[in-house]
Design a protein around this ligand. Sequence first.
Ligand code: GDP
Length: 287
Amino acid sequence: MIQWFPGHMHLTQKAIAERIKNIDVVIELLDARLPGSSANPMLAQLTQGKPALKVLNKQDLADPERTALWLAHYNALPGMRAIALDASMTAPAKALIAACHELAPNRGGLAKPMRVLICGIPNVGKSTLINTLMGKRATKTGDEAGVTKLEQRLALAPDFYLYDTPGMLWPRIIVAKSGYNLAASGAVGRNAFDEQEVALELLDTLRTHYPSLLEARFKISGVAQMTDEQALEAIGRQRGALQGGKSINWQKAAEIVIYDFRSAVMGRISLETPQEYAEWLAHGQTL
Ligand code: GDP
């Protein structure tokens, strides 16, 4: 079980509550591989029903079929839009600006500029996206950069202001499987989880949904019929994660599985669908 809530959230809550009055659209950056688990469940309440844009980030790592399911899921909800992005896109601003205008059609023009708050748990790619969005603009106006940093406000267009979240929006883990998925993705501090436990949970998902990717990567077969422990052992043997030349080094085998998932060398993998996530919330072990 993983529970990780490293403090100072109350300061962020207070700061968001103050900022929200003058915000038209709230962007929440989610990890496209685990959109449900990488969301902060407190955000809806904190942002008081403002129109919401969900950005499924790092889509280059995620399973495109599952990303499509998540986009459809969010786009069906009232007051919500969703788009998928990744850091390699050359002009992500266009889709993002268009979605915000759909959500707040009464905003635009210099008299009523669009004011957007961008939120996301650490490591979801917020700094990278802001840099990509700003492109040359961030560095061009030297003097203004100091001002915008102070105000945490960035002008994406003359009538489009992006506000960075004041403080840190930590993940709030409300269901056990989310904790494992967040740990597998790298969003939880190293010391907060046990690699073997996380690797076994990850293998459970991979054996069920991506057996051929797992088998191809580690040159093993029959993973669907194995237990998670047997799969981890087979991977460890295959990769030479042994101690004393013979018995399995479980820790090393676990690190290999987690590392290979994070770097997407197995292929594009998503750890949850909207339906699965809803089931975990309804029947899973809530924390
Ligand atoms: P922040 O904590 O939300 O500001 O996250 P960062 O912008 O620092 O990114 C965290 C890590 O994710 C870094 O190693 C980035 O290189 C990586 N990253 C960010 N965006 C993407 C993306 O779209 N695709 C991939 N594959 N990696 C990304």
